[in-house]
Design a protein around this ligand. Structure first.
Ligand code: FE
Length: 348
């Protein structure tokens, strides 16, 4: 009996020691950050794995369509498990801010890293990567000296020659929102009305489809985000290579005093009811390290937001350009008016 007592005492002591050893580990591994991402898993998962390996902070990732995820955060309210919301387009980030599902990020280090125009004016979101929405043209049927600005695409010389995707697409809405800011509502309406007259076909498909349509001879000019072209240019598939051989990149609005190419972003914010706020800030800081920024640049052919981090070789080959440095908060603020103008002008 005495022996059993001794064994029990030893077992208790051992398990207590075990518990004490285990406890810091448990606290450590209970560090977590929960992410709702409108970006595809392949575009974020390797970065999150690096983050976990370097910090010990675990993560849970839910991916889905931007508007659906935003609705989900809204419906979940205070009970939302989401700490970080990642999406594309400043217009959508602004929707999240307006829906009151975000809170100010409040990180001095982030503010010192990300250029001011790529952050929400009230600190509710920041950019993680950049893309330019520029002009793509047929090498066979268009000479670069025929082009100059977005505005010039409304001229009759382009009648029946433009491929653009639908007005329901946030990328085009944000382009129009930037025009409203630069040239005013009335001029923007006139511009969109004339632009629509120049469409080669009713809007359909995504950005890559517009570039492909130029290559296939269905139109001479398209507007698309740079990473779609970058992906084709970096692809080893022969068909993709043929497309980029036929289609060139033109940077509009470059003249002295002009505003530059329309630039938009992917970005992120911290949710209003984040349970792991500190880890959320640490994740955002991690996504802005030169290492993470280069990864974005290489894998998705996007431009880094941190000055000094180089773009991919593929994007470097497209040449440098002057970018519109309008504060991107404006794109969200002008979104509703942009949609109204597009409707009025008959942009389907
Ligand atoms: Fe896209």
């Amino acid at each position: 009996m005495k022996e059993i007592d001794q064994t029990l005492k030893l077992a208790c002591a051992t398990s207590l020691t075990f518990l004490f050893i285990l406890m810091p580990t448990l606290t450590y591994s209970s560090e977590v950050v929960n992410i709702y991402s409108a970006r595809k898993e392949a575009l974020i998962l390797p970065l999150l794995e690096n983050f976990r390996d370097q910090t010990g902070i675990q993560f849970n990732l839910i991916t889905g369509k931007a508007d659906g995820l935003l609705k989900r955060i809204e419906l979940e309210g205070k009970a939302t498990p989401a700490d970080v919301f990642i999406t594309v387009d400043a217009g959508r980030l602004q929707r999240a801010k307006k829906a009151e599902v975000l809170q100010p990020i409040n990180s001095k280090s982030i503010n010192s890293l990300v250029p001011e125009h790529l952050r929400d004016i009230d600190d509710f979101w920041i950019a993680l990567s950049k893309r330019a929405r520029t002009i793509f043209y047929s090498h066979d049927r268009v000479s670069p000296d025929e082009m100059s600005t977005y505005e010039q695409l409304a001229e009759p010389a382009w009648r029946g020659r433009l491929c653009l995707r639908s007005s329901g697409n946030i990328y085009n809405q944000s382009l129009v929102a930037s025009m409203i800011e630069s040239v005013g509502s009335d001029e923007t309406l006139e511009w969109v009305k004339k632009l629509v007259l120049n469409f080669a076909r009713p809007p359909s498909g995504g950005d890559t489809d517009q570039i492909k349509a130029v290559a296939a001879g269905q139109c001479d000019i398209a507007l698309a985000n740079t990473y779609y072209y970058g992906r084709l240019a970096a692809s080893t598939k022969e068909d993709d290579q043929k497309i980029t051989e036929k289609v060139g990149v033109f940077w509009p609005n470059q003249a002295e005093g002009n505003r530059g190419v329309h630039v938009n972003v992917s970005g992120a914010g911290i949710t209003a009811h984040a349970k792991n706020r500190n880890n959320a800030v640490r994740l955002l800081e991690f996504l802005l390290t030169p290492e993470s920024q280069s990864w974005y640049a290489e894998v998705n052919q996007e431009y880094p937001v941190i000055p000094g981090v180089p773009a991919s070789e593929t994007l470097e080959r497209l040449g440098s350009f002057k970018a519109d440095e309008l504060n991107l908060t404006v794109l969200g603020v002008n979104n509703l008016e942009a949609v109204e103008i597009m409707d009025k002008a008959g942009w389907k």
